[in-house]
Structure formats: structure tokens, C-alpha cells
Write a new protein. Structure first.
Length: 234
């Protein structure tokens, strides 16, 4: 029997809270450093319209929020996540780097912000963890000002072909073992490939975002290992 949205949310919050201390190290190791290039591309796209108010949702330990603040020091940047241990690490990183970013706990399905509060919203590798994609997109559309931009960086299901076959073996066998070994939480790194396999393909996510009201385009990164969807609110 499939888990309810509430059960999924509790499970994901617990997992990410448990792996928070090793999260950054594992991101670098398991992606061979590619996640930093992908995040930089997401930042480029988010800042194209020179936003003054930016929300980084599912901010985790704050990597993308801090990149945004470094690149746009005059912008107000808010990082939101539902795992307090992740946010504690993000705050320490911001303080160590002298960056003024506000980090707060929030539920993506009921964001604590007024309508049109942000000019840009970014999400890096967190959208697939939301319990209800359509409801989350509705909230993201709501908190974006007219003309605002949503940037979603995510792992689509593994690509087809020879590369996809090799990648699938790494993603389903090697990565869960290494991630579990280093973090001490094998369940969290088994969840990663499971959640990616169940995530909508790029075209399907594009259609979902369009149905929510966004004008959408996307690009594939590193042979389709990652994808960035850009949704502009009219």
C-alpha cells in the first residue's frame, strides 16, 4: 500500500535530518563534484532577470542559497527547508562566510509567505521529495510575483542507452552502498534511486509546470543525469 503524503513527508524529514552532518560531503563525492556545476547553472538561470527577492526552497544545508547571495549580494535571499538539522548547518555556513541569508523551517505545501513575495524561487534536488507535486507547484506560483521565475534542478529518471545503463548500475547499486557506508544510513541512500525512478520524466514535469500556469523550458545536464526546468510566471 502506498504511503500517504503525510507519511512520505515525515519519512523524508526524518531521513534528511539524520544524514545532515554528512550531506555536503556525500553530494560532492557521489556526483564526482558535478553537483556544484549544476548548481552554478541553476544560479545563472535564476539571476537572469535580476531578482531582488529570492527563495531557495528545500535549501538543505544552504549551498544554493549561499551561491545566490554571493552572486547577487544586493538581493534578499531566504532559504527554507523542513529539516531543522539541515538548517542549523546552513546557518553556520552563512555565518562563517559572512553572508546574510535568512534560513527558516517551512512546508513546501503550505509556504508561510504572502502572495507574490518573491521574484525568483529555486529548488535543487528537493522537488521530488515533495508529497504532492501539483500542490507544491500551486504554492510556488502563488508566492512568485508576476513575471517571477521558478528554477527546478532535479534528477530525472536515468537516461536510456549505453550511458544510461552504466549510470543506472552506479545509481542503484554503488551509490546506495557508498552513501549508506559513509552516512551510516543505508535507507536514505536506497531512497534516492527509488525517488528518482519514480520522478516524472523531463517532458512530464514540463507539462505539470505548464498546467500550474508557468511558461516552461528545460535543459538536460551531463548526458541527462540532471535536468533544469525554468518556469516563468506570466
Amino acid at each position: 500500500m502506498a504511503a500517504s503524503p503525510e507519511e512520505k513527508a515525515k519519512r523524508v524529514r526524518r531521513m534528511f535530518s539524520e544524514i545532515a552532518p554528512r550531506y555536503d560531503l556525500l553530494n560532492r563525492l557521489l556526483s564526482f563534484g558535478a553537483d556544484l556545476r549544476w548548481r552554478r547553472r541553476a544560479v545563472d538561470l535564476a539571476l537572469e532577470k535580476a531578482p531582488k527577492r529570492i527563495l531557495d526552497l528545500a535549501t538543505g544545508t544552504g549551498d544554493l542559497a549561499l551561491m545566490l547571495k554571493e552572486r547577487a549580494p544586493g538581493a534578499e535571499v531566504v532559504g527554507a527547508d523542513f529539516a531543522p538539522p539541515m538548517l542549523a548547518i546552513a546557518r553556520r555556513k552563512a555565518e562563517a562566510r559572512g553572508l546574510e541569508v535568512r534560513f527558516l523551517e517551512a512546508d513546501a505545501l503550505a509556504l508561510p509567505f504572502p502572495d507574490g513575495a518573491f521574484d525568483a524561487v529555486t529548488i535543487a534536488f528537493g522537488f521530488r521529495n515533495f508529497a504532492d507535486y501539483e500542490k507544491a507547484l500551486g504554492e510556488l506560483y502563488r508566492v512568485l510575483a508576476p513575471g517571477g521565475r521558478l528554477v527546478v534542478l532535479e534528477f530525472p529518471p536515468p537516461p536510456k542507452g549505453a550511458f544510461g545503463l552504466v549510470y543506472r548500475v552506479y545509481f542503484q547499486r554503488v551509490l546506495p552502498f557508498l552513501g549508506g557506508l559513509i552516512s551510516g544510513n543505508f535507507g536514505a541512500y536506497r531512497y534516492l534511486p527509488e525517488s528518482v525512478e519514480a520522478f516524472p520524466a523531463p517532458e512530464a514535469l514540463k507539462a505539470m509546470m505548464a498546467a500550474a500556469g508557468f511558461s516552461v523550458r528545460y535543459e538536460l545536464l551531463t548526458f541527462g543525469v540532471a535536468a533544469i526546468h525554468v518556469g516563468d510566471r506570466p
